[in-house]
Design a binder for this molecule. Structure first.
Ligand SMILES: Cc1cc2nc3c(=O)[nH]c(=O)nc-3n(C[C@H](O)[C@H](O)[C@H](O)COP(=O)(O)O)c2cc1C
Length: 385
C-alpha cells in the first residue's frame, strides 16, 4: 500500500493540474546557437519529464537578443525560437508532466562568459573563441562591479520595448505549447536591477522609492498577463533578498508579491542573491539545506499567494516536509536533478508513494518493479543464510 504524500498530491492552478509538487528549476545550459534550442535541450529537458517531475522548467529564455547572459543562452525573441521549443513541450506533456518557460532579460549581466570559461564579462579570451561582447543596458549607467561592462541607462522607450518584448515572448511561448510562464525577476538581471536600490538610481518614475523601482516589473507582468491565456498559470521568480544589506529586503518582496497577486500572478518562486555578483548556486556553500525556504514561507503567509521553494533541497523527506508544513506549494530542485534526473521518481519510492513503480514510464517500470522483487528475494535469502 502506498502512503499518503503531500509531495505527490496534484496541485490545481487555474485550468492546469500539476501532477506533483516537484519542479525542475530553470537551469541555463549555455548550449544554444543564436538562442535556438537543439538536441541538447530536447534530451536535457526530456529526461526530467521521464524522471517524474511535476513541472519541467526551461532555462532562462531571453526575450531580446541582447538579453542573453552568454552567447549560448536560449532565446524566445522570434517565432523560429518558439518553433524549436514546440517539440520539447509536446514530449513533456506526453510524459504526463507540465512544461514551463522562464522569460528573461539579463540587463547589465548580459554579455558574460559561460561559467566554465570564467563566469566574468566577455573579454579577450571570448574574442579568441569568436564571442564578442555587446552593449548591455540597465536602469542606471552603472556596471555590476569593477571590470564589468558599462551599461547604458535605459530610456523610457527602451523600457517600453522590453515590456512589449516580454509580452511577445509570452505569446510565442503559448504557441510553443508551454503550460506555465515565469517572469525572471531574480539574481540581479534586468528586472531585479530595477527593483534594487543598489542598481537603480533613476530619478524618473521607474526609480526612487519601492513603488517606482517596482514599476518596470509590474508593467512587464501586466503586459504578459494580458496575452498569457487566462487558464494558464503565471509565476514570477524573485530574489527575496538581493544579496546586499542596502538592497532589496524580504519586506519589499512581500509588498511586491501583494501587487503581483492583484495583477494575476499565481506563484512567487523564491530565490535570493545576485545583485552584486553570481547568484547563490554559482558561489560557495550557502549556510544550510533549504536556506531559502523561509522566504517562500513568509511570502505565502504574508502576501497570501502560492509559493515555490528552491535551494539546497537534498532529500525526498526534506521536500515532503516543506509541502506538509505548508511552507511552500511547490519545491524546485536544480543541481540534484543534474545528478539524478529521476530524482522525483526516486523520491516517490523513498516516500513509499509509488510502491508498485507506477509513476515510472512503463518502458522502465515494468522491468524495475521485477528487479526490485528479485533484489528483495536476494536480500531475504542472504538474511536467512
Ligand atoms: C546549471 C545551472 C543553471 C542555472 N540557470 C538558472 C536560470 O536560467 N534561471 C534561474 O532563475 N536560475 C538558474 N539557476 C539557479 C537554479 O534554478 C536554482 O535556483 C539553484 O541552483 C538552487 O537550487 P539547487 O540547490 O537545487 O541547485 C541555475 C542553476 C544551475 C545549477
Amino acid at each position: 500500500m502506498s502512503s499518503a504524500s503531500n509531495l505527490f498530491t496534484p496541485l490545481q492552478i487555474r485550468d492546469l493540474t500539476i501532477p506533483n509538487r516537484l519542479v525542475i528549476s530553470p537551469m541555463c545550459q549555455y548550449s544554444a546557437g543564436d538562442g535556438l534550442a537543439n538536441d541538447w535541450h530536447t534530451v536535457h529537458l526530456g529526461k526530467f519529464a521521464q524522471g517524474g517531475a511535476g513541472i519541467v522548467f526551461t532555462e532562462a529564455a531571453a526575450v531580446q537578443r541582447r538579453g542573453r547572459i552568454t552567447h549560448g543562452d536560449l532565446g524566445i525573441w522570434s517565432d523560429a525560437h518558439a518553433q524549436a521549443l514546440s517539440g520539447i513541450t509536446g514530449f513533456i506533456r506526453s510524459m504526463g508532466s507540465v512544461s514551463a518557460i522562464q522569460l528573461a532579460h539579463a540587463g547589465r549581466k548580459a554579455a558574460m562568459q559561460r561559467p566554465w570559461h570564467g563566469n566574468g564579462p566577455l573579454d579577450d579570451s571570448g574574442h579568441r573563441r569568436g564571442e564578442e561582447p555587446w552593449q548591455v543596458m540597465a536602469p542606471s549607467a552603472e556596471p555590476l562591479g569593477e571590470g564589468w561592462l558599462l551599461p547604458f541607462a535605459m530610456s523610457k522607450a527602451d523600457i517600453a520595448q522590453v515590456v512589449e518584448d516580454f509580452a511577445a515572448a509570452a505569446r510565442r511561448s503559448d504557441q510553443a505549447g508551454f503550460d506555465i510562464a515565469e517572469v525572471h525577476a531574480a539574481h540581479g538581471y534586468l528586472a531585479a536591477s530595477f527593483l534594487s536600490p543598489v542598481s537603480n538610481h533613476r530619478t524618473d518614475g521607474y526609480g526612487g522609492d519601492r513603488s517606482g523601482r517596482s514599476r518596470m516589473l509590474l508593467e512587464t507582468v501586466e503586459a504578459v498577463r494580458a496575452v498569457w491565456p487566462e487558464g494558464k498559470p503565471l509565476f514570477v521568480r524573485v530574489s527575496a533578498v538581493d544579496g546586499s544589506p542596502q538592497g532589496w529586503s524580504l519586506e519589499d518582496t512581500v509588498e511586491l508579491a501583494k501587487d503581483l497577486k492583484t495583477l494575476g500572478v499565481d506563484v512567487i518562486d523564491c530565490s535570493s542573491g545576485g545583485i552584486l555578483g553570481s547568484a547563490t548556486a554559482a558561489k560557495g556553500p550557502p549556510p544550510r539545506p533549504g536556506f531559502q525556504v523561509p522566504y517562500a514561507q513568509a511570502v505565502k503567509e504574508e502576501a497570501g499567494l502560492m509559493t515555490q521553494a528552491v535551494g539546497l533541497v537534498l532529500t525526498a523527506q526534506q521536500a515532503e516536509e516543506i509541502v506538509a508544513q505548508g511552507q511552500a506549494d511547490l519545491v524546485a530542485i536544480g543541481r540534484e536533478a543534474l545528478l539524478d534526473p529521476n530524482w522525483p521518481l526516486n523520491a516517490a519510492l523513498a516516500l513509499n508513494a509509488d510502491p508498485e513503480w507506477n509513476h515510472w514510464p512503463e518502458q522502465y517500470g515494468w522491468w524495475l518493479s521485477r528487479r526490485a522483487k528479485v533484489l528483495e528475494a536476494l536480500a531475504q535469502a542472504s538474511d536467512d543464510s
